[in-house]
Design a protein around this ligand. Structure first.
Ligand code: ZN
Length: 133
């Protein structure tokens, strides 16, 4: 086999899933905690299902260099919510469905709703948080 280089990874997403009726408060706390601590781009609340996702969620887009600080923080503070963390390369379908890691319970995804190839890949984008800690 030939190994893929981690240089392929342009950014990461963390998708934070919640149940609008039962766990939106936990998702709001998590989002506020992230916003106070990390320079990231927080996405909109999606209570209507979008893309490959099968639950309500919001997205955290972040730079590669932030992985080692943000992901452990999510591990310790997810309050039972499911979170998918995946790399962004030119292969969005693989990125989400095969190559991501889960915090909490792994949820269903819809791979057919993602392109196999997207070039250029998604960048982290302009941060919209103002960390205080
Ligand atoms: Zn994503």
């Amino acid at each position: 086999m030939s190994y893929r280089s981690t240089d392929e990874i342009v950014s990461y997403h963390a998708h934070v899933y919640f149940d609008p009726a039962a766990s939106r408060d936990k998702a709001e706390r998590l989002r506020a905690g992230v916003a106070e601590r990390f320079l990231v781009r927080l996405g909109r609340w999606h209570e209507v299902l979008v893309g490959p996702h099968d639950s309500a969620m919001f997205q955290i887009a972040f730079e590669v260099a932030l992985f080692s600080r943000l992901v452990p923080w999510l591990m310790l503070n997810h309050e039972g919510l499911s979170i998918l963390i995946h790399p962004n390369t030119v292969r969005p379908r693989r990125d989400h469905v095969e190559d991501g890691i889960w915090i909490g319970t792994k949820l269903k995804l819809h791979p057919d709703r993602l392109p196999a190839v997207q070039d250029p890949p998604d960048e982290a984008g302009e941060p919209n948080t103002a960390p205080r800690f």
